[in-house]
Design a protein around this ligand. Structure first.
Ligand SMILES: Nc1ncnc2c1ncn2[C@@H]1O[C@H](COP(=O)(O)OP(=O)(O)OP(=O)(O)O)[C@@H](O)[C@H]1O
Ligand SMILES: [Mg+2]
Length: 416
């Protein structure tokens, strides 16, 4: 029966025996087959004949430690066959003891697990590759995202720069147009000053008279009159200076502020052309922006009206400014009775450098700049039509009460 057990074990396993020094004393057919050595080649050789150089010495130390301590050693071991090929075996080494308890020999029973081990290694290799691929994919996605973000940032930067450049250009144009009207402004100052200068001249003459008559009271009166005239001349000059002062801060102010400033600048010119000025409606409506810029718009519109009257000899001469409100805007209508915009010019009056005037009188920037100011600085609109008597300009500017503060529904939306 023992012999039968031995055959049963040997036929299904790789079996070998070694003496206490590891010298092979027995090898079964399965061992010969897997190692590629003949029985003759194996017997009498050290068992390390099948040792694979990859296996660290530490493993053998542990093997010997275990079996010399009369314990059973179990492990999966990498071996090398005669032809150099590798095979893996699940190994059990059992020390056999004699009746005194001393180690007599070792029996090693193994079975071939090369396929399983190789499969597992392949699987692990694939897993590593997959992970690597995954990581490189992640890395690539990250890199692409970074590149996209950078592109985005540089685009934003460029857009910002372009906008800044554009705004700078518009400011330049605005100044150019304001200074282009400098000539007209000088003419306006001259108009404003002509009358007081004449009055001063008269006063001086009267002063001289009063002096010669030693009339102290009249002297005093004339002196005070002259001072008054000089003060108002100085004020005129101030308002012109203000108009040309660079002023960039946006504030909330009533429409009439700009309206009055503009009229102060060209009132005399309008009077001289015998144009009656009427201001009507809710002139105190509040709007937001740079007051000087709106003043510039009014000056442009008033100058245009005055110029238009130069070719218009018939009828009443009037300039009417009417301020009202619609749902959210201040609506400012500037209308004249100067016959209207010529049909052939109507489509083009807001184009830059379009003018029907002689080059010494117009650059064609007035209405272009006016519209730009209303749109860009005041977020409003400027349109022109012809009325029965003349040209009619409509300026719409969001009312300051409604413009920057959010509507009730927006507040509720935000609260939700
Ligand atoms: N109130 C008006 N009545 C009739 N035509 C007008 C009136 N306002 C403007 N126009 C026409 O529109 C044109 C363009 O006006 P705009 O103010 O842009 O330029 P300009 O007055 O010709 O020159 P600038 O204002 O630069 O001195 C004028 O040349 C004129 O033909
Ligand atoms: Mg003009």
């Amino acid at each position: 029966m023992l012999q039968q057990y031995v055959e049963a074990v040997e036929s299904s396993n790789i079996v070998s025996r070694t003496d206490i020094n590891g010298i092979i004393t027995f090898a079964n057919d399965e061992f010969c087959k897997i190692s590629g050595y003949s029985r003759e080649e194996l017997i009498g050789k050290n068992h390390n004949i099948v040792r694979h150089p990859d296996v660290p010495a530490e493993n053998f130390r542990r093997l010997w430690e275990t079996i010399l301590a009369k314990k059973t050693y179990k492990a999966t071991v990498k071996n090398r066959a005669k032809d150099g090929s590798t095979f893996y075996v699940n190994t059990t080494v059992v020390p056999i003891l004699d009746e005194t308890g001393a180690i007599k020999e070792f029996v090693a029973i193994r079975y071939d697990v090369t396929r399983e081990v190789e499969l597992r290694m392949k699987l692990e290799q694939k897993e590593r590759e997959l992970e690597l691929l995954n990581r490189s994919l992640e890395e690539r996605v990250r890199k692409q995202t970074r590149q996209l973000q950078e592109l985005n940032r540089s685009l934003e930067e460029r857009v910002r720069q372009e906008i800044a450049k554009n705004e700078e250009k518009q400011r330049m144009l605005l100044w150019q147009s304001r200074f282009a009207s400098l000539g007209q402004m000088m003419a306006n100052i001259a108009h404003q000053w002509r009358q007081p200068l004449t009055e001063l001249n008269l006063s001086l003459f009267s002063l001289k008279e009063a002096c010669s008559r030693n009339n102290v009271e009249e002297l005093d009166l004339l002196y005070r009159q002259s001072r008054h005239i000089i003060r108002s001349m100085s004020e005129t000059l101030d308002s012109f200076m203000d108009f040309f002062k660079p002023n960039r801060s946006s504030i909330t102010f009533p429409v009439e502020e700009s309206l009055e400033d503009a009229l102060a600048l060209i009132r005399k010119a309008l009077e001289k052309a015998a144009i009656e000025v009427r201001i009507e409606g809710e002139t105190d409506l509040p709007i937001s922006g740079i007051p000087n810029e709106l003043t510039q718009v009014f000056v442009n519109l008033f100058q245009n009206a005055r110029d238009a009257f130069e070719n218009e000899t018939e009828g009443m001469r009037w300039l009417r400014i009417h301020v009202s409100r619609d749902e959210e805007n201040a609506v400012i209508v500037v209308e004249d009775s100067a016959g209207g915009i010529p049909a052939e010019a109507r489509e083009r009056i807001f184009e830059p450098y379009f003018t029907t005037k002689h080059s010494s009188q117009g650059t064609g920037l007035g209405l272009f700049m006016s519209r730009m100011i209303i749109q860009k600085s005041f977020h409003g609109s400027l349109e022109a039509v012809n009325s029965l008597k003349g040209a009619l300009f409509v300026i719409k500017i969001p009312l300051s009460e409604t413009h920057p503060s959010p509507s009730l529904s927006q507040v509720q939306e935000g609260a939700r």
